[in-house]
Design a protein around this ligand. Structure first.
Ligand code: NAP
Length: 306
């Protein structure tokens, strides 16, 4: 059992979530449970930061020797300008969700020692891990795939799928095709097989039926609107498909239920939420996240929020 009263003392290091709003985030519950479980002397908080305060907030991470941070809306695309480096995948996706302090001296060193801040995007690995746990990689290589939505999460998914599976066709279904066109344009250098295609929802039926992997990267189905779904026509689902919903509250969405009823393999967004958090945690602490403790804390936080 994790210690219910974590030690907070002069050695305690901090990690924060930078975003606006942040009050409803489940990340503090999830990360603090993991830190406590492993006795890591660090605390994860959430700090609301408006766009005009972002530069100061990042300077504060350096000055106060934070272990790092998560970054969420509205800063994922803009924070890179304030960092010393970004990973290739964060650069490719065009978004940073994790900042890692590469601190040569640790908390007790002279505060003038340089702290380098590196940006990463753990949504890429966080998306892939549950998929690879369920489906052997060879089964999806070269397959037709489809993503509903063309926002920030969809960009990470497009990059993950193109670079891991080299799909034959990867269709982006968007209510604003110009948004999906921009994603396709940005990902062109990773699309060696010319797989990317854009469809409006009204014309996506054939691509939905032809795709082995269907990913919901819209908020459709998210609490408090669990009756929403990106694809109401359940007759288009079939047993050979994998339905992956990024929505994590509720854990099982209408989209996943409808696909599973037709025999498809469902993957819910809670697994990705934990996996992307684990990929950040590993970089801050040097340890593998105790995912059972994190998952239990997430379940409790979701139940409390319902
Ligand atoms: P985002 O940048 O706002 O993108 C959302 C996308 O969905 C946009 O293309 C948006 O189109 C589209 N969309 C929104 N409402 C729609 C509707 N009613 N009909 C059709 N399309 C609609 O958000 P995001 O950051 O990509 O996140 C997308 C979802 O993934 C959210 O629910 C988020 O919580 C979830 N997520 C989960 C994880 C995880 O770890 N499980 C990680 C990241 C994100 P418009 O631009 O036209 O609105």
């Amino acid at each position: 059992m994790p210690d219910p009263s974590p030690r907070i003392d002069a050695q305690t290091r901090l990690i924060t979530l930078l975003g606006h709003p942040v009050e409803h985030s489940f990340s503090p519950a999830l990360h603090n449970a993991a830190l406590q479980e492993q006795g890591v002397n660090a605390v994860y908080v959430a700090t609301p930061v408006r766009p005009e305060g972002l530069a100061d907030a990042v300077a504060g991470l350096r000055a106060l020797r934070f272990l790092g941070a998560n970054v969420t809306i509205p800063h994922k695309e803009t924070v890179a300008a304030h960092l010393d480096a970004v990973s290739d995948r964060a650069a490719a996706v065009g978004a940073v969700n994790t900042i890692v302090a590469e601190d040569p001296g640790g908390a007790s060193e002279d505060a003038s020692a340089a702290v380098r801040l590196r940006g990463d995007n753990t949504d890429v690995a966080g998306f892939l891990e549950p998929l690879q746990a369920q489906v052997p990689e060879d089964n999806l290589r070269g397959a037709d795939m489809l993503i509903f939505g063309a926002g920030g999460a969809a960009r990470a998914v497009v990059y993950a799928l193109l670079t891991t599976y080299a799909p034959d066709r990867l269709t982006l279904v968007a209510r604003r095709p110009e948004q999906a066109d921009a994603v396709a344009q940005a990902m062109q250098e990773h699309d060696s097989r010319d797989a990317l295609a854009v469809q409006p929802f009204e014309a996506a039926g054939p691509a939905v039926r032809a795709s082995r992997l269907l990913v919901n990267a819209t908020p459709l189905g998210m609490h408090p609107n669990p009756d929403d779904t990106p694809w109401p026509d359940a007759d288009d689902f079939r047993a050979e498909q994998i339905a992956y919903d990024l929505v994590y509250n509720p854990g099982t969405t209408r989209f996943l239920r409808a696909a599973a009823d037709r025999g498809a393999t469902p993957i819910g967004g809670q697994a990705m939420l934990v996996a992307q958090a684990a990929a950040s945690y590993r970089q801050w602490t040097g340890r593998a996240m105790p995912t059972d403790a994190a998952r239990a804390a997430l379940d409790a936080a979701l139940a409390a929020a319902a």
